[in-house]
Design a protein around this ligand. Structure first.
Ligand SMILES: C[S@@+](CC[C@H](N)C(=O)[O-])C[C@H]1O[C@@H](n2cnc3c(N)ncnc32)[C@H](O)[C@@H]1O
Length: 238
C-alpha cells in the first residue's frame, strides 16, 4: 500500500482515489501535462509546500544527512547549484548557521548558482559558475578558509537524449569533485547527484582514491523512475 512521507496510507479499500488528473489543454504538450500531473500528485511536493521548503529536493539532502550526519553544528558548507535554496534551508538549522543552538559551534553556508537566488537567513548566495577560472579561490575567500562539506545537486539542462544527459551530468559531477578536492578540509565530505547509466565508474574510482569511504545512495524522496542517485564520499584525504 502506498504511503506518504509522513507514513499515512494514500490508497486502500474504501478510500477515494485522490489522484489529481490533468486534462491536456491547447498549447500544453503531452510531456508538460504528464509533468503537471506528477507534480500535483507527488507527496513530497505537497509536503514541501506545507513545510515551507523551496522545493522537494530539500527532502533528499535531509534523508542523506539523517543517514550520514555531515551537516553538524559548526560545519562550513559549500552548496553548488543551490537555486532555489531548498538544500540550504535544510542546512541552516543543522549547521547552526544562525547560532540558535546555544553552546554549539556556528556553521556557515556559501551557495553558488548560475541563477540569482532569493536570500535566506543564515546562508550566503552568490551568482557564479563554479567552473569559472578562480571560482575555488573565490569560494574559499567567501568562506574564510576551507570547507567541511561540498554538496552538489547540479543538473545540466536536459537535452532529451538520455546518453547525452548522462554524460553532461557526469562531467558536471567530475568537475564538482575536482572543485571539492581544492576546497575541502582534511576529513571533509563530498555529496553529489549523479545519474546511473555507464560513465559513473570513473568518478567512483577517482573518489575512492581521495576519500576513506564512498557510498551510493538512492534516498526515498528521489523518484523511483529517475536514474538519479547520490554519492556520499566521507573522510577526504587532502
Ligand atoms: C536541481 S537544481 C538545485 C536545487 C537545489 N539543491 C535546491 O534544493 O533548491 C540544479 C541547479 O544547478 C545549477 N547549475 C548547473 N550548472 C551550474 C554551474 N556550472 N555553476 C553553478 N550552478 C550550476 C542550475 O542553475 C540549477 O539551479
Amino acid at each position: 500500500m502506498a504511503k506518504t512521507p509522513t507514513g499515512k496510507n494514500t490508497s486502500g479499500r474504501g478510500q477515494r482515489d485522490l489522484t489529481v488528473k490533468v486534462k491536456t489543454a491547447r498549447g500544453r504538450t503531452l510531456s508538460s501535462t504528464r509533468w503537471l500531473q506528477r507534480q500535483l500528485n507527488d507527496p513530497y511536493v505537497k509536503r514541501a509546500q506545507i513545510e515551507g521548503y523551496r522545493g522537494r529536493a530539500a527532502f533528499k539532502i535531509m534523508e542523506l544527512d539523517d543517514k550520514y550526519r555531515f551537516l553538524v553544528p559548526g560545519a562550513r558548507v559549500v552548496d553548488l547549484g543551490c537555486a532555489p535554496g531548498g538544500w540550504a534551508q535544510v542546512a541552516v538549522p543543522r549547521v547552526n548557521a544562525l547560532g540558535e543552538k546555544s553552546g554549539k559551534a556556528i556553521g556557515r553556508i556559501i551557495g553558488v548558482d548560475l541563477q540569482e537566488v532569493e536570500p535566506l537567513a543564515g546562508a550566503e548566495f552568490h551568482q557564479l559558475d563554479f567552473m569559472d577560472e578562480g571560482a575555488d579561490d573565490q569560494v574559499k575567500d567567501w568562506l574564510g578558509g576551507k570547507a567541511d562539506v561540498v554538496m552538489s545537486d547540479m543538473a545540466a539542462s536536459s537535452s532529451g537524449h538520455k546518453q547525452t544527459d548522462h554524460l553532461r551530468i557526469m562531467s558536471l559531477c567530475e568537475a564538482a569533485a575536482y572543485f571539492a578536492f581544492d576546497v575541502l578540509e582534511d576529513g571533509g565530505t563530498f555529496v553529489a547527484k549523479v545519474l546511473a547509466g555507464g560513465a559513473e565508474g570513473e568518478l567512483q574510482k577517482l573518489l575512492k582514491q581521495k576519500f576513506k569511504a564512498v557510498a551510493n545512495v538512492k534516498p526515498p524522496s528521489s523518484r523511483a523512475d529517475s536514474s538519479e542517485k547520490f554519492v556520499v564520499a566521507t573522510g577526504f584525504r587532502g
